[in-house]
Design a protein around this ligand. Sequence first.
Ligand SMILES: [Cu+2]
Length: 181
Amino acid sequence: MKQALMMMALASAVVAGSVSVAEAQNRVTVRAMLGGGNEVPGVSAGAHGEALVTVDRAAGTIDYEVNIYGLPTGVVASHIHSGTAGVNGPVVINFPIAAVGQSGSFQIKGSARASEMVMRPEAGIRSFDDIAFAIASGAAYVNVHTQANPGGEIRGQLCPTTAAANTFNGVALCTTPARGQ
Ligand SMILES: [Cu+2]
């Protein structure tokens, strides 16, 4: 009896383990530190920010939270663009801006589904998964456009913490320290 209970406990632990592995393979969270120096060409206006983006392939969603600090002029748009560090690329996700023209410190937060994303075949972006893999591997960036710098005032490359943190395919074109490191 005792042995049977142990076997049951072991079996449920194995099931629980396989569920969490499946979830990990479907979900990747990446961060970006946003600054004017990351723009191409660079901008020195003093604002900065941080973005947290979670790609969930099972749910078909990309959740984003962008904290912006000390923006001197009003925001006009913010996006995720396809492109590696140092390269400008096309918009793939347009963040709805609740208060266009807002300056200072504020947050942009939301969730996008595939139907709200922009496919860019010319940049190799033809599907939700193409966007998911670009974000998870460091081939996408967050950009904040303002009245003073409509081409982009602060930018941050979305990077996994390590190559292993990109559980989609293990590719990391850049890495960024986890919070607290
Ligand atoms: Cu943009």
